[in-house]
Design a protein around this ligand. Structure first.
Ligand SMILES: Nc1ncnc2c1ncn2[C@@H]1O[C@H](COP(=O)(O)OP(=O)(O)O)[C@@H](O)[C@H]1O
Ligand SMILES: [Mg+2]
Length: 307
């Protein structure tokens, strides 16, 4: 991943030389995805596993998962827009993940980074929505940040009961999962995406989060859910502040690290990678990049739009 380091180092050098330290990236998404597949990718087809293997810890009856009111925060979810740069960037990230999946089994993906505010939850939520855009792609999004859950705010739904309740044995898996309630006049495209997305909020882990994240039940959760979903995206707390992320990463197939342009320093990115070295780190997402990628202008030209 040397070119990723170079990009981060370059970004840090630019930041140091800039007169203003802060980069305003609040208006739109610009994430650069830097991956190094070890072999030529082939065309990817998303496969929905239909039968649960004998190893599943418990049967999961999707029809029993409750539907709850969701009020998605559209300004934080470019992944739910019809088109635009944000949609394109997440589509591109999805393609890269698909390429990886063609090479090696990949279903559960932990989104992590060294410090807070680098965009883990933003990337996890938007990536999950983008994966759910694909017809018949069933996605499970899990808020693994039980100390400071935020994914429920992106989706505009309740935070309880959640992962902490399941891991502490207070609730069953179906009780902590939720789908969006059907809304009559919701845009059909958004309804279709939300219908493909199941969500487990963080719940209230508080001080027990480290113990809970290391519990065998997280492994069991992934084993149970895996046959029913095409992708499982897990948001994590910052790996350099608490041990939870390393615990969660152990159970996931892969880790995607986030670095925020103009914010994440090279040593922080490097240490985050070091902390998660025992897991399968498949790449970095460079989030909130200031300059639009070349492909973005191509996209607009092709689309005929000038947003
Ligand atoms: N690319 C982006 N464009 C716009 N806003 C972003 C972007 N990335 C993150 N944000 C915003 O920055 C804040 C921190 O992001 P968040 O995902 O919560 O960080 P973390 O989970 O790493 O603590 C949130 O308000 C989020 O909506
Ligand atoms: Mg977060």
């Amino acid at each position: 991943m040397s070119h990723i380091y170079e990009a981060l180092q370059r970004a840090e050098a630019e930041r140091k030389s800039a007169t203003h330290e802060l980069v305003d990236s609040s208006s739109s998404l610009n994430s650069t995805i830097a991956f190094q597949p070890s072999a030529e990718p082939s065309d990817g087809v998303m496969v929905l596993a239909e039968t649960a293997p004998a190893s599943a810890v418990e049967a999961l009856f999707l029809q029993d998962i409750p539907r709850r009111p969701w009020h998605p925060s559209f300004d934080r979810l470019p992944g739910l827009q019809k088109n635009g740069a944000g949609v394109e960037q997440f589509r591109s990230l999805r393609s890269r993940l698909q390429e990886f999946r063609d090479l090696k089994s990949l279903k559960s993906l932990l989104v992590s980074s060294g410090m807070p505010q680098e965009g883990k939850s933003f990337i996890a939520a938007n990536l999950a929505l983008n994966l759910a855009r694909h017809k018949n792609s069933k996605v499970l999004l899990i808020d693994g940040d039980m100390r400071c859950s935020s994914l429920h705010q992106y989706l505009g739904c309740d935070c309880n009961p959640g992962l902490a309740d399941y891991l502490s044995g207070k609730a069953s898996l179906v009780e902590v999962m939720q789908y969006a309630e059907e809304v009559k006049d919701r845009d059909p495209m958004i309804s279709a995406v939300l219908n493909n997305l199941a969500f487990i909020p963080g719940g209230d882990g508080g001080d027990r989060a480290a113990d809970l994240s290391g519990s065998k039940r997280f492994d069991e959760l992934l084993t149970t859910a895996a046959p029913y979903f095409d992708w499982i995206v897990v948001d994590s707390p910052p790996v350099l502040l608490v041990s939870d992320a390393v615990n969660l990463a152990r159970s996931c197939d892969a880790v995607l690290l986030v670095a925020r342009a103009g914010v994440t320093t090279f040593p922080v990115a490097q240490r985050a990678q070091y902390e998660l070295k025992a897991s399968n780190i498949i790449g970095f997402v460079l989030n909130a990049v200031d300059k639009p990628a070349i492909t973005e202008s191509y996209y607009y030209r092709y689309d005929g739009k000038t947003e």
